[in-house]
Structure formats: structure tokens, C-alpha cells
Design a protein around this ligand. Structure first.
Ligand SMILES: NC(=O)c1ccc[n+]([C@@H]2O[C@H](COP(=O)([O-])OP(=O)(O)OC[C@H]3O[C@@H](n4cnc5c(N)ncnc54)[C@H](OP(=O)(O)O)[C@@H]3O)[C@@H](O)[C@H]2O)c1
Length: 283
């Protein structure tokens, strides 16, 4: 969060959808003290994901309209296929017309144009921002990007950036890049979990106990990421620096190259980016 900034003037924040991503962002807002639980409203059709919210002390409901009525900033945090159902529920459960609301969509692939058109049918003057966050927001190490809709203001962008920055880095980007950024950072934690698991498997195969192997694999990934971020060196240079001639690391690198790890990771980002565009087209 930018030093000295608070959510003054923003008031209350709502989440339509109570699952993983909403909990990660809500958890970061609460952990850093940017918002009090009494200023958060959350809705979802079932109680499946309500436990943590009840534990936090936020308001919970099954009526999406109640969240919209009571909040100034509303995160849309359901899967893209449930967008229409969620909006219908907002419409059916609003007790009175509302105005002056900022909607923040977390939905992978759904373009601002589509979001604005659908949201404006219910809240004609709504401002809309599209965010692509990731779940490490929960532990303060998230990577979020966002793009502003046609009527979103500079202050709206600042508010969203401030909120998402409680959970890591957050940057405004062109909407044309958001699916690709999501294919990397939105989906990336899952790719890295798989890599950590595989590194741990390798060590277990070579006789290291599982818990120790997973801890060492995780710390190694964290350490390597910090080296890239904090030294500012190109990852290729850092790799070269730890490959002694005829040493152990270059043998490991050769095995990775034989397995096509670079091409596979590039294909993962490409596949996820294309899937996001498909999800958006279906809306
Ligand atoms: N997870 C990630 O890493 C990640 C990263 C970037 C972006 N996103 C985006 O974030 C969004 C949420 O993902 P998630 O992983 O948090 O999903 P999730 O854990 O499955 O949570 C989805 C939530 O939406 C609720 N929901 C379903 N239909 C609804 C409706 N009609 N009205 C209101 N709420 C409804 C669900 O209710 P119940 O609790 O009753 O089932 C659940 O609480 C997705 O659009 C995804 O693209 C996720």
C-alpha cells in the first residue's frame, strides 16, 4: 500500500462470490488493517465458502443485491460462467435502485466491454475495473494487474491499486495484455506448485524425507525469485553464475533442457491465455 494512503472516502467493500480469490483479497485487506470486517459485505449462494468470512466477522448473505446496496466498491468474484446468474440475482434482490458504485471484476477472460454492457443494465452509472489477481495476495506476495473501463476515474484506479497492493504488487496495464498477464501470474502459482512438488519428488527419490524435501524445494523457489527481483540481474546471468564448469548444476540444467522445460512453460502460458480469451468469447 502507498505510504500514508487509507481507504478514506471509499467506505464499504463487497464481494459477490466468497471463494478462494475473494478470501485472498478480503484477507489481505483485513490483515493489513486497510478495512474493518464490519465494512465488508459478502454474498454467495451456499454456505460452502462462508466459514472464513464468518470467522473474520464480515457481513454475509445469500443475496447479491444486499452486497451491492451496502458497498461502494463491489468485487465480482464468481467463476465467469456464473456472471449472468450473479447479475440476475443482483437485479432480483436489490431493494431499491443504486448508483455511484465501482464494480471490480476478477473474472478471467471477460472483457471490459462485456462487463460494462451487462452491469449497466442493472446499475446504469456503474464504473468498472477489470483485475487479474493471484492467490498469493493472501500472503502478501501477490501479483495483480488491472485495466480501467470507460468511465472509471483516476481515483477508482488509485483505490483498486491501493487495495490490491495490500497483498503484493499491483500494476495498471492495457486490457490487450490482461489475458496474457493472467496466463502467467493468475495461473502461475499452480505451475510453480507443480514444479515445487516435482522438485520435492526428485529429492524424495534420492532419499530425502518428504517434509524436508518440500520445505527445501519451496525455499529454493522463493530464494531464486527474490534473487531475480532484488539483484535486478537477468535470470540467465544468475543461472550462469551458479553453473560451474563440469559441475553438478550444469548436469541438472542439461536434464531440464532435455525435458523441454522452457518450451513446456511457454506453452502453459500460451494455453492459459488462449483459454481466457475463449471464456471471454462465451460471455
Ligand atoms: N483462483 C485463482 O487463482 C484466480 C486467479 C485470478 C482470477 N481468478 C478469478 O476469480 C474468480 C473466482 O475464482 P475462485 O477461484 O475464487 O472461485 P471459487 O473458489 O470457486 O469461488 C467462486 C465463488 O462464487 C460463488 N458463486 C457462484 N455462483 C454465484 C452467484 N450466482 N452469485 C454469487 N456468487 C456465486 C461461489 O459460491 P459458493 O461458495 O456457494 O459455491 C463461490 O463462493 C474467477 O472468475 C476466476 O477467473 C481466480
Amino acid at each position: 500500500m502507498d505510504a500514508g494512503k487509507t481507504l478514506e472516502g471509499v467506505g464499504k467493500v463487497g464481494f459477490v462470490g466468497a471463494g478462494n480469490m475473494a478470501q485472498a483479497i478480503g484477507g489481505a485487506l483485513l490483515r493489513t488493517g486497510l478495512l474493518k470486517a464490519s465494512n465488508i459485505y459478502v454474498s454467495s449462494p451456499s454456505n460452502t465458502n462462508k466459514g472464513p468470512w464468518i470467522h473474520f466477522g464480515t457481513h454475509t448473505t445469500t443475496e447479491n443485491g444486499c452486497v451491492v446496496e451496502n458497498s461502494d466498491v463491489i468485487f465480482l468474484a464468481m467463476k465467469p460462467i456464473y456472471l449472468d446468474a450473479a447479475l440476475v440475482d443482483i437485479k432480483n434482490t436489490l431493494k431499491q435502485p443504486v448508483s455511484n458504485k465501482l464494480f471490480v471484476s476478477l473474472l478471467a477472460g471477460v472483457p471490459l466491454k462485456v462487463l460494462e454492457e451487462k452491469i449497466h443494465r442493472i446499475v446504469p452509472d456503474a464504473r468498472v475495473i477489470r483485475v487479474m489477481p493471484n492467490t498469493p495476495v493472501l500472503v502478501g506476495a501477490g501479483c495483480s494487474v488491472f485495466s480501467c473501463g470507460t468511465t472509471a476515474t483516476k481515483k477508482d484506479a488509485e483505490v483498486v491499486k491501493m487495495m490490491l497492493s495490500t497483498g503484493g504488487i499491483c500494476q495498471e496495464i492495457s486490457e490487450s495484455l490482461i489475458d496474457a498477464a493472467g496466463g502467467l501470474s493468475g495461473c502461475g502459482p499452480a505451475y510453480v506448485y507443480l514444479i515445487i512438488e516435482a522438485l520435492s519428488d526428485g529429492a524424495v527419490k534420492m532419499g530425502v524425507p518428504r517434509a524436508m524435501a518440500t520445505q527445501f524445494a519451496s525455499q529454493t523457489v522463493l530464494g531464486a525469485a527474490k534473487m531475480v527481483l532484488e539483484t535486478g540481474k537477468h535470470p540467465g546471468q544468475l543461472k550462469d553464475e551458479v553453473c560451474s564448469p563440469g559441475g553438478t548444476t550444469i548436469c541438472g540444467i542439461h536434464a531440464l533442457e532435455k525435458g523441454g522445460v522452457r518450451s513446456t512453460l511457454m506453452e502453459a502460458v500460451e494455453a492459459a491465455t488462449k483459454r481466457a480469451a475463449e471464456l471471454g468469447k462465451n460471455k
